[in-house]
Write a protein that binds this ligand. Structure first.
Ligand SMILES: NC(=O)c1ccc[n+]([C@@H]2O[C@H](COP(=O)([O-])OP(=O)(O)OC[C@H]3O[C@@H](n4cnc5c(N)ncnc54)[C@H](O)[C@@H]3O)[C@@H](O)[C@H]2O)c1
Length: 341
């Protein structure tokens, strides 16, 4: 089993990129409680035999304090103590919530993740951000605390619904746009189904994305600079996601197209490259436009955490594979939205 050791400023994290679920037993030898959701539990029932499991309802609407309370009560019932290890096995909802519950129970237990969605494998499980939503406010409460390990078994993805594969590829394409022209070109040669069919191709892609996300976090664990680049497509994406209740990957995809148009307007991003970004997203089954109310988008953007008094920090593309942080005046942004969308 291959080991990648990341020494983040706050703590170390070992990544096992080519493991199998069964190796969880060798990675955690002491008392272990597994937190998963009902879909993952049902899809991989036999794998959980012999483990103490807390099974939560599936879906973003359960990533909240009520579910964390339930987890904590079940930990108490299972007599979990400071020596108990927590493993979050699931998509980003499970890993975010398991990491958070583990961090607050008895002032913090050690924890690790086995991500089971593309999105969790390439993004959510990596980097130490754990938290929950409060009403409509996503990730409003949380903590940055690194898991001890992240164990990858890409065969778990075979039961993932197609729409979740497509969602996850939005974040992969994001990584390519901001950091990796070669990966962008490789993605242009394939469809997501090729990766589903070919475990070797899939593992290589997942590992590339681990390196990109973990590499950014290594340089900037607490999001003072470079980590902000990971928000490419997310500023407008989050606004659309909230306003039109779209899946996250769909909203981010549209957000990336809009950010590419803004990049062309403000930063001279090449028009052909803008078309390439749009074409790649489309070829992975992601939407590239929406009939949205620009005024409503502006209203949500004005509430954005990345806003200063009269500017919003946007992530724009300089070239495919290279992103920059660019403050944009609110009036200028309004004008571009009106003129372009
Ligand atoms: N912490 C971070 O840095 C970070 C980064 C990005 C996203 N996130 C969070 O991640 C969450 C989204 O994660 P997600 O897209 O993985 O969603 P998710 O966890 O809701 O999983 C999507 C669906 O797939 C099901 N599922 C998961 N694995 C499966 C499998 N192997 N087989 C069958 N079904 C399976 C789940 O039950 C769920 O219904 C959001 O809450 C987002 O805020 C966190």
């Amino acid at each position: 089993m291959k080991e990648l050791k990341y020494q983040f400023p706050s703590a170390d994290c070992i990544i096992y990129p080519d493991a199998s679920f069964e190796q969880l037993k060798t990675v955690v030898t002491g008392k272990l409680v597994v937190i998963t959701d009902e879909n993952v539990f049902a899809a991989h029932n036999e794998k959980f035999t012999g483990y103490t499991c807390i099974v939560v309802p599936a879906g973003e609407q359960y990533k909240n304090q009520a579910t964390v309370d339930r987890i904590i009560n079940e930990l108490i019932a299972a007599k979990a103590d400071r020596e108990t290890f927590i493993a979050g096995v699931g998509g980003g909802v499970v890993t975010d919530m398991a990491g958070y519950a583990a961090s607050v129970y008895m002032r913090g237990l050690s924890f690790g993740f086995v991500p089971t969605t593309i999105l969790a494998m390439v993004d959510a499980a990596i980097g130490g951000k754990n938290g929950i939503d409060v009403g409509l406010y996503k990730n409003m409460v949380g903590i940055i605390r690194q898991p001890d390990f992240i164990l990858y078994d890409v065969s778990l993805l075979q039961t993932l619904p197609d729409k979740e594969w497509i969602n996850g590829f939005a974040e992969i394409i994001k990584h390519a746009c901001i950091k990796d022209l070669a990966m962008f070109e490789m993605l242009e040669q394939h469809h997501w189904q090729n990766f589903k069919k070919d475990a070797v191709l899939l593992s290589a892609l997942v590992e590339k994305n681990i390196n990109i996300k973990a590499g950014v976090v290594l340089n900037d664990e607490f999001e003072k600079g470079e980590r902000k680049l990971l928000n490419f497509g997310h500023t407008i994406g989050h606004a659309i996601e909230n306003l039109y209740t779209l899946p996250h990957g769909h909203a981010v995809s549209i957000g990336m197209v809009m950010a590419s148009v803004i990049s062309e307007e403000i930063n001279g991003f090449d028009s052909d490259d803008k078309e390439r970004v749009t074409a790649l997203l489309r070829s992975y089954g992601l939407p590239v436009s929406i009939d949205a109310d620009n005024e409503k988008i502006m209203e949500v953007l004005l509430m954005d955490k990345k806003r200063t008094s009269d500017r919003i920090n946007f992530i724009l593309l300089d070239q495919v594979g290279k992103a920059i942080i660019q403050p944009i005046g609110i009036t200028q942004l309004k004008d571009i939205l009106e003129a372009s969308f």
